[in-house]
Design a binder for this molecule. Sequence first.
Ligand code: ZN
Length: 500
Amino acid sequence: MSLIEELNAQYKEIEYLNNATALMAWDMRTYLPEKGSDERAEAYGYISTLAFKKSTSQELGRIIEELNGSEVLQSLSDDEKAMVRVATKSYRRARALPPEFYQKFMVLVAKSEHVWEEARKRNDFNGFAPYLEEIVSLSREGASLYGYDENPYDALLEGYEEGMTSKRLREIIQPLKEELVPFLKRIIENGKAPETGIMKGKFPRKAQEKLSYKALKFIGYDFEAGRLDETVHPFTIGVGVGDVRVTTKYPPDEFTSSLYGSFHEGGHALYEQGLPADLSGTPLYSAVSLGIHESQSRMIENMVGRSKEFLTFFYPHIQKAFPNNFKNVSMKKFYRAVNEVSPSLIRIEADEVTYNFHIMLRFELEEAMIRGELEVCDLPRRWNDKMKEYLGIEPPDNRDGVLQDVHWPSGMIGYFPSYMLGNLYAAQFYAKAESDIKRLDKRLERGDLKPLIEWLRVNIHSQGRRYEPAELLKKVTGRDLDPGYFIKYVKDKYSGIYSL
Ligand code: ZN
């Protein structure tokens, strides 16, 4: 067996273990009977640990070390070199934390999530603060174990968006702030607001479900390689080659959660379904990063799903699904309502114009905490100040302020920026797709998504993890990340909607 074959034999085993835990996780979040949850949690923990042990084993370390020998490396193909690059990075990162440290962190996070849930209900930031202090302190320790050049935060960011740094993020955020904070003000003060009452009402579950199926079919989701189920917090999960599952929810008093949730998760799923099957069981059978993943979901959800062009085609299907609500509502009215801009306290409810502000705020605060420049006890005050600065509103309590997201209690410091990067990547990719595909707008009006999906397949999905995020973006669009694409997209679209 060649060294590459040895490497991939190890990866194949890890992939099988990951498939098992993915299926268990899907089941835990959908249909697992309540009484089965205790033993399931143990079994899940056991198999996850097996996978972790495999991915940090000395045997794998030996193979990787030999593959990195210059003579061996030179003899490899480009794909094989990429496999070695990904495997080496993952291995070093996984081995950087001593098992006792990892265990300590995991126990802390499990407790902290529980305490946070209770604290959030009671609006009790002080009850949660000691746990967050401990999470920040261990994350700083983790950052030094991983190693970094300038900023400890970068070591954490690297775990979610390979190659990204806080310095680069600041450069990206600067123009977004300069352009979009005043633009939001103009929308609120001078814009012609849409009528949004039409979006409220009763939306039968069956009709919502049918529409979600339709939406997924139209974007090219393959139901022979996946399924749609209901859950509380929607997600997409890849269980293996040919099995990528999506979930959604059906609140009775509005339908955008289910429809646009399906477009969003469908975008993630298209990516996973489009990964190169011939590279399964290798380090390259994976998405590039969380940010690139999010670019796929945001593109389908917003740039396609909420566009005038696609709604020209799709709105009649919405009317047919909910005749009592929309029979007498014009497409134009619906298009404006579904793109309402409204600064809200809650990130997950944010529109396209305000969404990134929520992320900037979290990035600036968590980065300051990791650098030791912000104490946890000062967090709520700083949070509220920034909300006021970016969005012009202030939360009345911590429940809908600093306590709203699960990321910090879960120890995921460094995760938030990938949401913003997803929006920016999406705009840059889409601009390129528009210039590559003849009359993409006219095709969307006819409901013809095939050329766009094919473009994503060829340029992004089928590449697996061959490239780092910045490399892939440059290779596909010919340019480094430029927030100008997103700024232009938002200004063009919303100037029209708000008659500015
Ligand atoms: Zn997403």
